[in-house]
Design a protein around this ligand. Structure first.
Ligand code: SAH
Ligand code: SF4
Length: 363
């Protein structure tokens, strides 16, 4: 299979051009089209001669993701289902700025991207792990989720501005289990010649892979870190997150503290509220101690129920009660009412629902 163009770095593309008997200055032009042009294929590369276009198209694939379904509408959360070259599916979700997410209205758009097909970590409440782990995404498959959404919304963004200002690595998969490909992709998306998304505007979410958190703290970029906590005691976490048996809260919080001390950026603790599982007020003091020690803010997210898993989101009253109790203890806590509840916006849900339907239609 041909290598993808979107993960070619400037020096790699320059070497290819030399081999192909083409001038090296074309590398800048090609990369500009690929990363900033919001185009869908080679034919749209205006200033590239036809001969070079045809060499490019027989040496590289243009995009490694193909849109098969788009769900949602203007100014709401939009979910994209992509088909990969081997027939697997992954999802991305575009989230427009909302006062509850950012604290102010703005034209910010955040894209939530996937990093694996399926997930090996098997959290009990999550749709992504339901059918196990299939494979890691390649750097190009992460990058192409971003570039393809930009191309789809080209008309809405004028004067060469970009739509996506922020990234959250919270789609399908455990990003830190695909560490090298993830970092390759993010370092490209962070580059000025690519999407130029600031490292502080990129948040990596992990269920708690301790060695990789420590490794991440040693790389130079200021990527933000979010920890999927979902329980403030080992008792609760063990029940719903198998990873906690390998890396219990004591080890996890040591690793996060190391990250915090090296990066100086604020850490987020993600806490989905699941009825009868982790929404008891007894969790509040433990969560308050953890967030104070890690100088972390806490995002409380009402659980998005997944067909067949039997977990529910608590009532609005108990959600508010939990958050108020945290705030009373001095925690920087926000209740994040995402907009995607009605379009299966939690990771893995859309893929699970339509994968079989689409496969049977196409075969
Ligand atoms: N594997 C990584 C990143 C992907 S999951 C992680 O676990 O952090 C992104 C976030 O969505 C995690 O916080 C995860 O716990 C949460 N999540 C999973 N299923 C959910 C659901 N049904 N409703 C709400 N959040 C969910
Ligand atoms: Fe994997 Fe994250 Fe889902 Fe857990 S919550 S199964 S780590 S994707």
């Amino acid at each position: 299979m041909l290598p993808p163009i979107s993960s070619q770095k400037p020096d790699e593309l320059a070497s290819w051009l030399v081999e192909a008997g083409e001038p090296v200055y074309r590398a800048d032009q090609i990369l500009r089209w690929v990363h900033k042009g919001s185009i869908c294929d080679w034919s749209q590369m205006g200033n590239i001669p036809d001969g070079l276009k045809s060499k490019l198209s027989s040496s590289f694939t243009f995009s490694s993701v193909k849109l098969v379904r788009k769900q949602g509408g203007v100014d709401t959360t939009i979910k994209f289902l992509w088909k990969l070259s081997d027939g697997q599916y992954v999802e991305s979700v575009l989230i427009p700025a909302s006062p509850s997410f950012y604290g102010e209205a703005s034209d910010r758009h955040t894209l939530c991207v996937s990093t694996q097909v399926g997930c090996a970590y098997g959290c009990k409440f999550c749709a992504s792990g339901l059918e196990g782990f299939k494979r890691n995404l390649k750097p190009s498959e992460v990058i192409d989720q971003v570039l393809s959404v930009e191309a789809l919304f080209k008309e809405r963004v004028s004067n060469g501005r970009r739509l996506i200002t922020n990234l959250v690595i919270m789609g399908m998969g455990e990003p830190l289990a695909n560490y090298d490909n993830l970092l390759d992709a993010l370092n490209i998306l962070n580059s000025t010649w690519s999407a130029n998304i600031g490292a502080r505007k990129i948040t990596i979410s992990t269920s708690g892979l301790v060695p990789q958190i420590i490794k991440l703290s040693d790389q130079p970029k200021q990527y933000r870190l979010a920890i999927s906590l979902h329980g403030a005691t080992d008792g609760v976490r063990n029940k719903i997150m198998p990873i906690n048996r390998k890396y219990p809260l004591s080890k996890l919080s040591d690793a996060v503290e190391i990250y915090q001390s090296k990066k100086k950026g604020s850490i987020t603790l993600e806490y989905i509220l699941i009825e009868g599982i982790n929404d008891g007020i007894d969790q509040v003091p433990h969560l308050a101690i953890l967030s104070e020690r890690l100088r972390a803010k806490v995002n409380i997210i009402p659980y998005n129920s997944v067909e067949g898993l039997g977990y529910q989101r608590p009532s609005i009253t108990s959600q508010e009660c939990f958050v108020r109790a945290l705030i009373d203890k001095g925690v920087r806590a926000t209740l994040r009412r995402e907009k995607g509840h009605d379009i299966d916006a939690a990771c893995g849900q859309l893929r699970l629902k339509v994968e079989k339907k689409l496969d049977s239609k196409e075969n």
